[in-house]
Design a protein around this ligand. Structure first.
Ligand SMILES: *Cc1c(COP(=O)(O)O)cnc(C)c1O
Length: 361
């Protein structure tokens, strides 16, 4: 069996060691007499697994002790919808910095429950750059400021976080969490769907500063209440146990590989070599994002002639390179370079791109 190099934006490639371990443990987890899929989330075996995953995430991201860590279902999009219910008073303003598709989604998901304001947007320029800090219009009474750390579709990433205002910052780190060191204490809350850089789809990580968790928020059902979920260890109802287990394996793998410092180095090398190949192709391949805002995680690019797109994708697949088709809003190609994508994969892709250019020049 040959596994391809998988550049999928999400669900995305997982470490082979994790898949093999899950395979080996599938029928019986430890000496439970049953699969991890089949045991109670309240039993000792699962509780231990869940707590280990939280401890590993805390270690990996150096999360300050007083921050709560929640594991939720419903994806990052559901978090976006629940942010205002949990962290804003009825009718209060919340500021959104919109740097791409996901920033827009966050705004749209929140708009029925908060006075959601576009504090800044780079949509006018086609989301090819970040909104200049000088131009941000911050509301003095905002419940929070929301931004997207890495725009998975547009390939735009905050490489240097700007100075924020006084409102707590809530950041969507779905596609860049654990890709490099992160100062969690700068944020009121951080969230990330696991299926990009942390593990499988179906589980989402939410890291919250205690003063936000103590906010009254708005009327909501107990199961949608993050304070109540935190008190219950994210187990007010049955959590996605399989996903939690896989996330735990991925976190352990990430730590064993050397943690965020090591992945920062690998990811920087991967992105630098790919951008160099694109920029050095004499216009055959083209990335349109301003260099200061280029994402290390998701690299969209276009062929000089879109009529070649289908051939490029088909021949890449034959060369063992999959998941390259661009998002439908942009077209072209997109290369996702998450932690689990090995450096060999990037070298193979660059070789393929150069060969393709030679034979279809
Ligand atoms: C994928 C993604 C989302 C949406 O995640 P779901 O789990 O599908 O809800 C939100 N924000 C960013 C930055 C993403 O990459």
């Amino acid at each position: 069996m040959a596994r391809a190099f998988n550049f999928s934006p999400g669900p995305a490639t997982l470490p082979e060691a994790v898949l093999l371990r899950a395979q080996a443990e599938l029928l019986e987890y430890r000496d439970c007499g049953a699969s991890v899929l089949e045991i109670s989330h309240r039993g000792a075996d699962f509780m231990e697994l869940a707590q280990r995953a939280e401890a590993d995430l805390r270690a990996l991201l150096s999360i300050p002790d007083d921050y709560a860590v929640l594991f939720t279902s419903g994806g990052a999009t559901t978090v976006q919808a629940l942010l205002p219910l949990n962290f804003a008073a009825p009718g209060q303003a919340a500021d959104y910095v919109v740097s791409g598709h996901w920033g827009k989604t966050a705004l749209r998901q929140a708009a029925t429950a908060v006075d959601a304001r576009v504090a800044a947007s780079s949509e006018g320029g086609g989301f090819r750059d970040l909104p200049e800090r000088q131009g941000w219009m911050l509301s003095p009474d905002a419940a929070y400021l929301h931004l997207t750390a890495n725009e998975t579709i547009h390939g735009v990433e905050w490489r240097q976080l700007p100075e924020f205002g006084q409102a707590p910052v809530i950041a969507d780190f779905s596609s860049s969490i654990a890709s490099e060191p992160l100062d969690v204490a700068k944020f009121g809350a951080i969230y990330a769907g696991a299926q990009k850089n942390l593990g499988p789809a179906g589980i989402t990580v939410l890291i919250v500063r205690p003063d936000l968790l103590e906010r009254e928020g708005q009327p909501r059902a107990p199961v949608l209440d993050y304070r109540a979920q935190a008190k219950a260890g994210s187990m007010l109802n049955t959590p996605p146990t399989w996903n939690w287990y896989l996330l735990g394996l991925c976190l352990r793998w990430t730590l064993d590989q050397g943690g965020v410092d090591e992945f920062a180095r690998r990811n920087a090398r991967k992105a630098a070599s790919l951008y160099a190949a694109i920029d050095g192709s004499g216009g055959y391949y083209r990335n349109e994002v301003a260099p200061r805002a280029r994402s290390r995680m998701n690299v969209p690019f276009f062929l000089h002639d879109p009529a070649l797109d289908a051939t490029f994708i088909a021949q890449a697949r034959e060369a063992g390179l999959i998941g390259l088709k661009g998002h439908r809003v942009l077209g072209g190609m997109r290369v996702s370079l998450y932690n689990a994508l090995p450096e060999d994969g990037v070298r193979a892709l660059i070789d393929f791109m150069q060969e393709f250019q030679k034979s279809h020049g």
